[in-house]
Design a protein around this ligand. Structure first.
Ligand SMILES: NC(=O)c1ccc[n+]([C@@H]2O[C@H](COP(=O)([O-])OP(=O)(O)OC[C@H]3O[C@@H](n4cnc5c(N)ncnc54)[C@H](OP(=O)(O)O)[C@@H]3O)[C@@H](O)[C@H]2O)c1
Length: 217
């Protein structure tokens, strides 16, 4: 499958390498293909392509949004809305307000809790199937998550059941054995709030090797 990764930060590069190692064709979209760190990384990952947001979104059968929240609308516009049409869009973003943690280690969502980034992305991309996923884990554990205390869960949300099945399969390829469909894209409000909890635990403990799990009787 051809996978378009929009964004060349830690998340974009981690997922690009993970998908390529599993046999997918991968392209990374960025405004700055020539930036030094990226050129070095691409030299070490020769099978992975890089291009503009537009070239990359056009390339992908599936598009993965890995942009900082404040740049997400701009990245989608640069990519061209038509290049997302009828495609599955995996939305990894968290709509953080960019102010950093407060004294309790809480990051804050620019959308508040009665709206969400996932819903906003679905509104921007009305002819695409947006699935919120991978936003409740740090990039270090996005591929082959491994925890001594059990099996981590990945929670997803989206309006299209077939798209969620496809994303469940893709997450399985990345090593996620417990993928939980939480409902329609409005559930992003709660999954994005879970990311705030995940980060607060990290800031309070000073360590980042934790994940959510769902325990069943
Ligand atoms: N870091 C994590 O562990 C983690 C975990 C879960 C979810 N997330 C979420 O995943 C997303 C990516 O996180 P990240 O840490 O990899 O990177 P980031 O530093 O938040 O974002 C990097 C990417 O955003 C793009 N970007 C920023 N402003 C832009 C603009 N105005 N127009 C177009 N593109 C713009 C950059 O594009 P260029 O390449 O063109 O510079 C860059 O590729 C974020 O929404 C984050 O909240 C992060």
């Amino acid at each position: 499958m051809k996978i378009a990764i929009l964004g060349s930060g830690d998340v974009g590069l981690t997922l690009a390498a993970g998908f390529q190692q599993r046999g997918h064709q991968v392209m990374i979209g960025t405004r700055h293909t020539q930036k030094e760190g990226l050129q070095q990384w691409l030299a070490e990952h020769a099978a992975i392509l890089a291009g503009t947001y537009s070239e990359t979104a056009a390339f992908g059968d599936i598009v993965v949004l890995c942009t900082g929240w404040t740049g997400t609308k701009s990245a989608i516009e640069l990519a061209g809305i038509w290049n997302f049409k009828k495609k599955i869009v995996i939305d990894v973003t968290n709509p953080l307000d960019g102010q950093g943690p407060d004294t309790e280690g809480r990051l804050h969502l620019a959308t508040g809790h009665a709206k969400s980034g996932g819903e906003q992305v679905q509104r921007w991309l009305q002819e695409s199937h947006v699935v919120k996923a991978l936003n409740t884990i740090g990039n270090q554990s996005m591929v082959e998550p491994s925890f001594t205390e059990g099996t981590p869960a990945m929670f997803i949300a989206g309006n299209d059941d077939l798209a969620k099945l496809a994303v469940t399969d893709i997450l399985g390829q990345l090593g996620w054995k417990d993928v939980i469909d939480t409902g329609d894209i409005a559930m992003s409000r709660h999954l994005e709030a879970m990311a705030v909890v995940w980060c607060a635990i990290g800031f309070r403990k000073g360590s980042w090797g934790h994940a959510f799990a769902l325990l069943r009787k």
